[in-house]
Every structure is written in structure tokens, then in C-alpha cells.
Write a protein that binds this ligand. Structure first.
Ligand code: ISL
Length: 574
């Protein structure tokens, strides 16, 4: 049987600090804004928050470029404000996770400034420096062919010392060299700085990129482009598990905390399980990425690849059954700050389906094993920016770089960009970062400034917190009920076993699964309609079950079958 733990029973609420609430009228969210909403967050039933980075940063990648891990980006507040937030959360018996961004730093970090100052600087090897290569004509070339995750070469040339440094994201985000024991020690100290202030754990950014193949070999060439992925050599390198175990024994084991690692590129279930299998004593859980990439193409995020319910069936079945086999634990999530809203991508944000679809997805998140993570705004059915927003509305560096690259390749002809715009409208990171919609007053009450730091989705006049708070039929009310059910039935929904219902029983548009508690004391059946059509499911074999919750109201049983409305969700219990 599965060992119980607070972090397995937690329900986590992700806050993107820039976009939650602006308390001082500068157009940008801030820490005091979050403090003022602690009671609101608690009222949802969630018990833990994850804060995306709030640290001192030039904000080239919205704080994922940290210049000093021990001070706070001034417009967000101060270390004292963060202490206040930690204390207020703890007073409400809630917890807080911070983002640990240590695969790379900002180029404005004191460590990098020292490192780049000379080849003999003691911190030179805290980053990854290499000599240039030269082609037959004597032209300078990068040390290898790796492609940056944000486009272009993964190497940046430094004139001062005539060497390249590795930067897998932006050139202003140099990769730290985890081979350096001194650098690792300094990073451990930074972690302790926050743990000693009461932080309850970390979401570890780009976790498995910390160990690269020591020879940094060329990536496999799969097309005629100048740069190739190289991920087979920079993800989950040979020392990855050593670094994680060292963090455990040197730092984390001295505190009662949880860790969730962001895991990219590594996909096979055995390798994945090695980070979270209990006997390995590494991390508590992972973001495996596949669930937010279901509509990405083989050649990259913005290649068209339509969502189909079969994809979520496959991924859900895979991890729900693999984790117990390896005695590991996982997360359950559909949204984060790196993509479009799941409501708009995997379900529907059209006016007639939006509320049903948002509730259906909430049902998914709250009835599976693993620790659920929701993104602020999910509780009110926040959606992507609509079709009326053009390319100029997209300000995030990832989408912008992509758009610029394609535009250049197409000779700068904007009229040829409609396919790219369509993909941005679905998947751009901007959608996951839209300011929170608090009420229908100007700027959704997110800020008193005339101009928010980014677009506020104009649908806020209808879709906002205030309008849903006291409405028994609202998305928010349903979310609260779903979270409460998870807390009421942990043996079933948190720790229970998972049995998939085959497509032959549910039809291809329905995701169905059974949950069993120990010794089968409780049994539950979850049926989720991922289509905008009515679907019928035969439930003859579930005689004696009754409806625990449903997003479609009224009686869901029609004799021997359940009739699911468009985006309907039904949970049966016995
Ligand atoms: O954003 C992505 C897809 O749109 C991912 O490829 C993402 O870059 C990757 O998952 C790593 O993400 C994390 O580290 C990045 C940062 O930009 C992301 O916001 C963060 O979640 C660099 O720190």
C-alpha cells in the first residue's frame, strides 16, 4: 500500500507573481497583492501555493533569469514582504513552494560577471566556457551544433575572453556548470536561505538539464538547419542523479519539505521513475511535460498538431499505472505559465461550452493520483486571448522569437503568417500569464494603473472572480466542491488504485477510469466527455453506484447508461 504524506494530499495553486494582483498601481502584480488574497486562496480549498520566480532579475525571461537569489525583484516587494507572505500562509495552515532556477542564472548575476571577467577568475568554471572552432575557411564557429530552446545557437560568444559560453535558453541565461563543487555548494546555501525563512519546498526549473554529457558532443543531425536539438546530450546527463541526491542529503533532508522537478526531454517511464521511486530518495514528484505538450508537433511546439482525447487517455493511463509500479509519485496538472490554457486547447472556451468544459477539466485534476497543480484563474475558467488579438499582443520572448524567425524565413511577408498566428493563439506562453480577472471594473481590478504590464483579456467583464463567488452554478463553486471531495475521499482519489476503461467501452471521445480504495472499500467511476457532442456510456456493470458529483446537474442515469452532455463529467461512487 502507498505510504501517506502531506505532500501527496496537497492541492497546489500556481501564482504567476506579475499577473496576480497589483497592490501599488504600477501595472505589475506584487507580493503584497498576493498577501491580500491569502484568504481568497484558502477559500478555494487549496493548501499550498507555488510562486513563479520573484527574485532580483533583469526580467529577460520574466524572472527565470535570476541575478540574485537572495533578494527580490524590487517592483514585487522585499524579502520582508515575502517573509510576511510565508508567515500569513503558515498562520492559515498553508504552505509555499518557491521556484528554484539553478540550471542557469542571469548574465547579470554576480557569479557570471566574475566568471566572464577573465579565463583565470576563480569562478570561471562556474559556467560552461569553450574555445571556438574554426571551419576550413577559418571562420569562427560554435563549439557544437546545439540549438537554444528559444531559437538560434545555444552558444554565445564573449569578446572579452574570446570564448563561448553555453546558454540553452536566452544568451542572457548562461548555464551554470554543475561539475563545479563550489558552485553547487553556493547553490545549496541559496536554498537554505529560503528554507530557513520557512519555505516548504521547491519547484526545480529545468531540473534534468543540470547534468550534461561531459564532452558536449554534436547533436544528431535530423534536418538541414544550422543548429540541431542536442537534447540527447544535455538532458539527464550522467551525474544528474548524483546532483539531486546531494541536494537531498546536504540540504533538503534537514527540513520537512517537498520537491517537484521539471523534467523535459526524458520520456521513457523507467528513466522518469528513477527520479521519484521511493527507494532512490531523490525528488517527490515531477512535471513530465507530455500533458502540456499534447498539441505540439514533432518538429516543435508551434507545429500544428490537433488535440485528440486519445492523447490524454494514453498519457493518463501511462503515468497512473507506472508510478505505483515503481513506488513513485507524480503531479497531476494541465496548465502552467509556459503554454496556452488547457480549457482553450483541450476542451472548449466557446461561450456555450466554457463553463461545462472548465468543470470537466477540474474533475479530471481532482480524481487522479498524484499531487494536483492548478494555475491561478483556472477556478474561474480563464481562457486564451481570442482571435481578435493579433501577433503584436504576444510579448513573451519564446513566441516572439519563433514568430520573427518564421517571418524572416518567409521574406518578411506578414500576410503569410496566419498559420503561425493560429498556433500562437493556441499555445503562446502569454495565455498562461494573463492577469487575474477579479471583477468587471476597469482592468479587471488587477491594477489601478491605466496600463497593466500585459494585455488583460477583454472577456474579464463576464469571466471574473466576483461574478462567480456566490453563484452555486459557477465554475468556482464546482472547483471548490471538487477540491473538497478530494480531501474527503483521499483513500480513493489520492491513494486509490487506477483502472482505465478501454476505448472500446467508452468510445474514443470519453476518458473513463475506475478508482478503488484499499480492499475495495470504495469504488468510483469517472467519465469525462472531451467532445461537444452528447455521448452515451454503458454502465450496466456499475449497478448500485450513485452520482457523487457531476457538472451537468439533474439525474445522470438513464437506465443502464449514462448520457454525457457536451463536455459532461460524471463521477459515480459505491
Ligand atoms: O516553455 C516551454 C515550451 O513553451 C518549455 O520548453 C520551457 O522552456 C521548458 O519547459 C523550461 O521551462 C522553464 O525554464 C525556462 C523558463 O522560460 C520557463 O518559464 C520555465 O518554466 C527557462 O528558465
Amino acid at each position: 500500500s502507498i505510504e501517506k504524506a502531506w505532500w501527496k494530499e496537497a492541492v497546489v495553486y500556481q501564482i504567476y507573481p506579475a499577473s496576480f494582483l497589483d497592490s501599488n498601481g504600477d501595472g505589475l502584480g506584487d507580493i503584497p497583492g498576493i498577501v491580500s488574497k491569502v484568504r481568497y486562496i484558502k477559500s478555494l480549498g487549496v493548501d499550498t501555493i507555488w510562486l513563479s520566480p520573484i527574485f532580483a532579475s533583469p526580467q529577460k525571461d520574466m524572472g527565470y533569469d535570476v541575478a540574485d537569489y537572495r533578494s527580490i525583484h524590487a517592483p514585487y516587494g522585499t524579502v520582508q514582504d515575502v517573509q510576511d507572505l510565508i508567515d500569513q500562509l503558515h498562520a492559515q495552515k498553508m504552505r509555499i513552494l518557491m521556484d528554484l532556477v539553478v540550471n542557469h542564472s542571469s548574465d547579470q548575476h554576480a557569479w557570471f560577471k566574475e566568471s566572464r571577467s577573465s579565463k583565470t577568475n576563480p569562478k570561471r568554471d562556474w559556467y560552461i566556457w569553450r574555445d571556438p572552432k574554426y571551419d576550413e575557411q577559418g571562420n569562427r564557429k560554435e563549439p557544437n551544433n546545439w540549438k537554444s530552446i528559444f531559437g538560434g545557437s545555444a552558444w554565445a560568444f564573449d569578446e572579452n575572453t574570446s570564448q563561448y559560453y553555453l546558454a540553452l535558453f536566452l544568451p542572457s541565461q548562461p548555464d551554470l556548470n554543475w561539475e563545479s563543487a563550489e558552485m553547487r555548494k553556493a547553490t545549496h546555501d541559496d536554498m537554505r536561505f529560503w528554507l530557513d525563512r520557512g519555505v516548504d519546498g521547491f519547484r526545480i526549473d529545468s531540473m534534468n538539464l543540470m547534468s550534461k554529457h561531459p564532452d558536449l558532443p554534436d547533436g544528431k543531425v535530423i534536418n538541414d538547419e544550422p543548429y540541431q536539438s542536442g537534447a540527447e546530450f544535455f538532458a539527464s546527463g550522467p551525474k544528474m542523479h548524483d546532483y539531486i541526491r546531494e541536494i537531498r542529503t546536504e540540504v533538503l533532508d534537514k527540513y520537512d519539505v517537498m520537491t517537484v522537478g521539471e523534467l523535459g526531454f526524458t520520456k521513457d517511464e523507467y528513466s522518469v521513475s528513477q527520479y521519484v521511486a521511493k527507494d532512490r530518495r531523490e525528488l517527490n514528484m515531477l512535471f513530465t511535460g507530455d500533458i502540456v505538450d499534447m498539441d505540439f508537433g514533432a518538429s516543435g511546439k508551434y507545429e500544428r498538431n490537433d488535440f485528440h482525447p486519445r492523447k490524454i487517455r494514453k498519457i493518463t493511463d501511462l503515468w497512473q499505472t507506472a508510478m505505483p509500479r515503481f513506488d513513485g509519485w507524480n503531479t497531476v496538472y494541465l496548465d502552467n505559465h509556459d503554454s496556452g490554457r488547457s480549457l482553450s486547447r483541450y476542451a472548449s472556451d466557446s461561450p456555450e461550452h466554457r463553463a461545462m468544459a472548465a468543470k470537466m477539466l477540474a474533475t479530471y485534476l481532482m480524481t487522479l493520483s498524484g499531487t494536483p497543480f492548478m494555475l491561478a484563474g483556472q477556478e474561474i475558467g480563464m481562457a486564451n486571448l481570442g482571435k481578435e488579438y493579433g501577433a503584436e499582443s504576444y510579448i513573451d520572448v519564446e513566441g516572439k522569437n519563433y514568430y520573427k524567425g518564421v517571418l524572416k524565413a518567409r521574406g518578411g511577408d506578414v500576410s503569410k503568417m496566419s498559420d503561425v498566428l493560429r498556433e500562437l493563439q493556441l499555445k503562446a506562453r502569454d495565455h498562461g500569464r494573463l492577469p487575474m480577472q477579479w471583477d468587471d471594473s476597469p482592468n479587471a481590478d488587477f491594477t489601478t494603473s491605466e496600463k497593466a504590464w500585459m494585455t488583460i483579456n477583454k472577456d474579464y467583464t463576464e469571466w471574473n472572480v466576483a461574478s462567480q463567488l456566490d453563484d452555486p452554478t459557477s465554475i468556482m463553486t464546482y472547483w471548490k466542491a471538487m477540491i473538497a471531495l478530494r480531501k474527503e475521499y483521499p483513500d480513493l482519489f489520492v491513494y486509490g488504485s487506477y483502472v482505465p476503461l478501454p476505448e472500446s467501452e467508452t468510445g474514443e471521445m470519453i476518458l473513463g477510469y475506475e478508482r478503488y480504495s484499499q480492499e475495495m472499500r470504495q469504488k468510483s467511476v469517472v467519465l469525462l466527455n472531451f467532445s461537444d457532442q452528447v455521448q452515451k456510456v454503458d454502465v450496466e456493470k456499475y449497478k448500485g453506484f450513485s452520482t457523487l458529483i457531476s457538472n451537468q446537474g439533474g439525474d445522470t442515469y438513464k437506465g443502464s447508461h449514462v448520457e454525457l452532455r457536451a463536455f459532461g463529467a460524471v463521477v459515480l461512487l459505491r
